[in-house]
Write a protein that binds this ligand. Structure first.
Ligand code: ADP
Ligand code: MG
Length: 723
């Protein structure tokens, strides 16, 4: 239940706010309670002591009254008549209305005067108060039950002296005990006004109730026995000014009535108040505390509830968004503007999710590319030889689902995929896994599904995310070249066939022409005389020579032994020799020749006759392209490469002749291709062949009616022995 942030916050806040408040409240309540209890108890005991003082004063007054009466001169005069004395007694009763009767007892103990006239003549000499009074001491009895009067009484006896201070008798005024009870009741009614109920009562030293609002208790009830206390414990209560808690929910407080010389009894004034009334204010206080604390708690709960919501809501929202994002539900980015920390957190989360999305997108893209490509992509861990990447193309080629392959070793896959086994063996992948340092590319053939297939493999180390480049995994990217190679082979074959066809046609044409001529002559020879024939023999020989020439040129192209006849020569020297031979023809054709020779071209190893043939062919073609004269430029230069071994000799033969159109340019080099009536169409073919043999190149540029330029470039090959 308390696992959520919100419940924790709630509990925490309530603890830190409410518990101290409760403690403070409790302390203040107990302090106030103590004070109020003290106050209540003190005022209770104060009341009892006040009553005690009142009663004590009351009793003293009664003693004084008796002594006052006893000192009446009429009383003191032994010669006073009984009548006068009685007058004085009545007079006393008139003044002191509290009294209802007065006895005068002579020194024998016989009642000689009684205002009520009821007990005159009674002998009271056995009464203790009588003997006490006769000794000269005013005496006050306890309250006791008078059998004569049949009611509780309190007797006051004061000695009557004569002029010589001899005790002549005893005077005993009887007062109404109800006045004592009235005093106690007066207290009770006072109490009613203050809010406390209760009553007051009197106990003597034996615990007998001597005055009580309920008259039936008087002299009938023993408080000590009733409440199970002793005089000692009550004395203790009086001394400590405590209150005693008695049963029946009443609280009793006691005070002792002070004794004085005429009063030797130990009387206690008891004040009784209902406990609930005494502590009523205390209960009110408790109620007030409970209500105010309840209100504060409610308010606090509400405030804490709101505060925890304020704190927790943005976090909950973030949790919700994160959960949604994690389960692939996207990221809707709707946040409540909360406090700064959470706003920062939201911004960071946004940034993070955006980056994650981007990363995921690019990852998806690369996975898609990997799956869509027609290249097989395969990665192998070099340590464990386990396959870590196997794309769709691999699945097709090796006929295995990638889910079965990824994580298994190369050897395992080889056991159940024959194409894969053949692939690994042909590509020597095992060896590469162990030894390969850098990347490498190669073409290989392997047996796949019963047919021989050609693959181009690019093998490299798989780059890792780590800073240090590792060679942990090897990446093989391969693609199928089988079709391409097949097409190339077919193209080559058809190309060859075409060339053979063209050659055969040209060859047939070239050979058939002289043969037809020779055949014609031979038929003529049969019909004509040998003299006439004689004239035509040279023509026949010429045609046979032509056939021979064609055969020689064809042999040149075939060139069964290219390394033969190689000698060290100078290219410029060879050119100059040729030019010398051709000069007369050029002059005849009105051709101006200009030569630009480099001059320091090194001697090199060449087949002199073949190179001469190339130069003759090209110069001859140039002359033939300028029937109406023109200009011929022959240039040589040495081109430097990166090293002396890469030096090249460049020879350019340029004319201002008829030039060539694009279709002629296209067919240039094809055997027997010629645009001339008596041409063989083998000159350019032969030249290309010779220069190719020398690892050189021929470039042609030509424009119709502007001229043609042939540029030959041959690497300088120098024999060390020659140098
Ligand atoms: P032939 O000279 O016997 O015709 P070649 O092989 O020497 O055979 O030349 C083939 C063809 O190339 C020529 O018939 C001609 O049309 C063209 N040709 C070669 N050289 C030139 C050139 N310098 N100017 C114009 N056409 C040329
Ligand atoms: Mg030619």
């Amino acid at each position: 239940m308390f696992h959520t942030l919100r419940s924790k916050l709630l509990v925490f806040f309530i603890l830190i706010a409410f518990v101290p408040m409760l403690v403070v409240g409790f302390i203040s309540y107990t302090a106030q309670k103590q004070e109020m209890t003290n106050h209540a108890e003190k005022s209770l005991s104060m009341q009892s002591s006040n009553i005690a003082a009142d009663i004590s004063r009351f009793l003293e007054e009664r003693v004084n009254d008796a002594e006052y009466l006893s000192r009446n001169p009429v009383m003191m005069n032994p010669s006073s008549s009984l009548l006068d004395i009685r007058d004085q007694m009545y007079y006393f009763l008139d003044i002191h209305t509290i009294y209802y009767d007065t006895y005068l007892i002579d020194d024998e103990g016989i009642v000689i005067g009684d205002t009520e006239n009821e007990v005159v003549g009674h002998d009271l000499s056995d009464r203790p108060w009588f003997s006490q009074a006769m000794e000269g001491k005013t005496f006050m009895s306890d309250i006791y039950y008078s059998t004569i009067l049949d009611e509780p009484v309190l007797v006051i006896a004061a000695p009557v002296y004569d002029r010589r201070q001899n005790v002549t008798g005893v005077i005993s005024p009887s007062f109404n005990l109800e006045s004592l009870e009235d005093m106690l009741e007066g207290y009770a009614s006072e109490q009613q006004e203050t809010g406390w109920g209760g009553y007051a009562f009197l106990l003597n030293e034996e615990g007998t109730v001597i005055s009580h609002p309920e008259e039936e208790h008087i002299l009938e009830l023993n408080y000590f026995d009733e409440q199970g206390v002793t005089k000692k414990s009550i004395d203790q209560v009086v001394d400590d000014r405590e209150i005693t808690k008695m049963i029946d929910g009443e609280v009793h407080s006691f005070s002792k009535i002070e004794s004085f010389p005429e009063f030797h009894h130990e009387w206690y004034v008891g004040v009784s108040v209902e406990e609930s009334e005494l502590y009523a204010s205390l209960n009110n206080l408790l109620m007030k505390y409970i209500i105010s604390y309840g209100v504060i708690l409610l308010f606090l709960l509400f405030a804490v509830y709101r505060l925890s919501a304020y704190l927790v809501q943005p976090v909950q929202q973030l949790v919700e968004t994160t959960r949604n994002f994690a389960s692939g539900g996207g990221h809707d980015r709707k946040y409540v503007n909360a406090y700064e920390e959470v706003n920062h957190l939201n911004a960071t989360f946004d940034h993070m999710t955006r980056q994650l999305e981007q990363r995921e997108n690019s990852h998806k893209k690369s996975t898609m590319v990997l799956e869509a490509t027609d290249n097989g992509v395969l990665a192998i861990d070099r340590n464990t030889k386990r396959i870590t990447l196997f794309n769709r193309m691999c699945e097709e080629v090796f006929q295995r689902d990638k889910n079965y392959v990824i994580g298994t070793t190369v050897d395992e896959v080889m056991t159940y995929s024959k194409p894969f086994a053949s692939f690994v063996k042909s590509g020597d992948i095992d060896h590469l896994l162990e030894t390969m340092e850098d990347s490498c590319q190669f073409e290989m053939e392997c047996q796949c599904d019963g047919e021989l297939r050609t693959y181009f493999l690019s093998v490299s180390n798989l780059p890792t995310m780590e800073e240090e480049p590792t060679k942990k995994e090897m990446l093989i990217v391969f693609y199928d070249l089988t079709e391409k190679r097949q097409m190339e082979r077919e193209l080559l074959r058809s190309e060859k066939l075409k060339v053979v066809g063209e050659m055969s046609a040209g060859f047939a044409h070239e050979i058939r022409n002289p043969l037809t001529t020779i055949k014609g002559f031979i038929q003529l020879f049969k019909e004509r005389s040998s003299e006439e024939n004689q004239k035509h023999y040279p023509l026949v020989i010429e045609e046979i020579d032509r056939v021979n020439k064609i055969m020689n040129e064809l042999l040149n192209i075939a060139n069964p032994n290219p390394k033969e006849e190689k000698t060290t020569a100078n290219v410029e020297r060879i050119l100059k020799d040729i030019i010398l031979l051709q000069e007369s023809q050029m002059k005849k054709n009105h051709i101006d020749l200009e030569t630009f020779f480099q001059g320091d071209i090194p001697d090199m190893e060449v087949n002199v006759n073949k190179l001469k043939q190339v130069f003759i062919n090209l110069i001859q073609n140039g002359i033939e392209a300028m029937p109406d004269g023109g200009r011929m430029n022959i240039r040589t230069r040495l081109e430097d490469g990166y090293s002396p071994s890469e030096q090249r000799v460049v020879i350019q033969i340029q004319d201002t002749g008829i030039g060539m159109n694009s279709s002629t340019m296209e067919k240039l080099g094809t055997p027997f291709f010629t645009t001339k009536e008596t041409g063989t169409g083998l000159g350019i073919t032969t030249s290309y062949r010779v220069i190719e043999e020398m690892d050189g190149t021929i470039n042609v540029s030509s424009e119709t009616n502007q001229g043609t330029s042939f540029t030959i470039s041959i690497p300088v090959k120098v024999l060390e022995s020659v140098q």
